[in-house]
Design a binder for this molecule. Structure first.
Ligand code: BDR
Ligand code: CA
Length: 317
């Protein structure tokens, strides 16, 4: 099987960790590197988490490049990290025997160099804020047509947001960067809340995966316990696997139902982070849509089959 070349841009993050494990386990994926961004925790912490998880899963060979520590969007409200969901350390407060130290920002440069080394081949899977991708575009706009595609976990097109009534967290966290990513001349497929809120892994299934999947999957289950506790507080017994759902798109695109159209992101005001799609090519007086490429988002999909795929890949011996 020829392998797909993937760069994983992430803010681990509990569901990020499951997505990373899926990518490492899938025989069809050649993980060229991990780039990190602030989001679920500060970038020093998400970078440490990525490096530590790779070590736990015997993949120190995968390079980790630290990325953005701040949003590109002007005038964003002061924010705090979602410690009530992902824990103080970003991965459910499990003990980690690796310190988080200062990092220098090399993510955007790594993305550019890797894309230019493999023109037409690299798939960018981004499951945090879009800041690193947007910075790569600013530094080298010529990379866009050289990227095979960009798959993101983000957006809420026909459903409410999860951080404001309008916005999903990754898009809200850098709305300007997300608008740049949707506006570039590379194919983008967004896996938004419209679908990921259907990919609910119940707590018993998670424990069963840990039992059948060995030490690697046991670690995923362990670091997910607080995240499951967060959902329990909201009346659910399990967790949403947002980021891993986007990872499954790389390997099993037939499980996803896509809508195509130009996409814009509201980058200010009360609806900041709102994702809008123009599937009918409505133009009229709407100059804001002119010249935008048509992109895709998953309005629906086969959620049970996506969950079954995660089960199969993460427990295969
Ligand atoms: C997204 O927000 C983050 O907290 C998760 O890791 C996921 O990428 C879901 O809105
Ligand atoms: Ca994430």
């Amino acid at each position: 099987m020829s392998q797909q070349k993937v760069i994983f841009d992430t803010d681990p993050g509990v569901d990020d960790a499951l997505a990373l494990y899926y990518l490492l386990r899938h025989p069809g994926i050649d993980l060229l590197g991990v780039t990190t961004v602030f989001g679920n925790a500060p970038v020093e912490v998400t970078t440490r988490n990525a490096a530590w998880l790779l070590t736990q899963w015997d993949h120190e060979d995968v390079p980790v490049h630290a990325g953005a520590s701040a949003t590109m969007t002007p005038d964003m409200a002061e924010e705090s990290f979602p410690t009530h969901i992902h824990g103080l350390n970003g991965v459910g407060d499990i003990p980690i025997d690796m310190a988080a130290g200062p990092v220098s920002e090399t993510a955007a440069r790594f993305i550019i160099d890797t894309v230019r080394a493999h023109p037409g081949e690299v798939r960018l899977l981004a499951v945090g804020r879009m800041t690193n991708l947007a910075r790569a575009l600013v530094l080298d706009p010529g990379i866009a047509p050289l990227v095979r595609d960009v798959v993101i976990m983000g957006g809420a097109f026909r459903v409410p947001g999860n951080i404001t009534p309008a916005a999903e967290a990754n898009i809200w966290g850098d709305a300007l960067a997300a608008d740049m990513v949707f506006g570039a001349e590379w194919p983008v497929v967004a896996i938004p809340l419209d679908l990921t809120t259907q990919t609910f892994m119940d707590a018993a299934t998670l424990q069963d995966l840990a039992r059948r999947g060995g030490a690697g999957m046991e670690l995923v289950a362990e670091l997910s316990q607080d995240y499951v506790g967060f959902y329990r507080g909201a009346g659910y017994d399990g967790m949403l696997v947002h980021d891993c759902c986007a990872a499954v798109y790389l390997t099993d695109p037939d499980l996803f139902d896509l809508t195509r159209g130009e996409v814009r992101v509201v980058d200010r005001g009360i609806a900041i982070g709102l994702t809008l799609c123009n599937p009918e090519d409505r133009q009229g007086p709407l100059a804001d849509w002119e010249g935008r490429p048509r992109q895709s988002y998953a309005h629906d999909g086969d959620a049970p089959a996506i969950l079954a795929r995660i089960d199969q890949v993460c427990t295969a011996r």
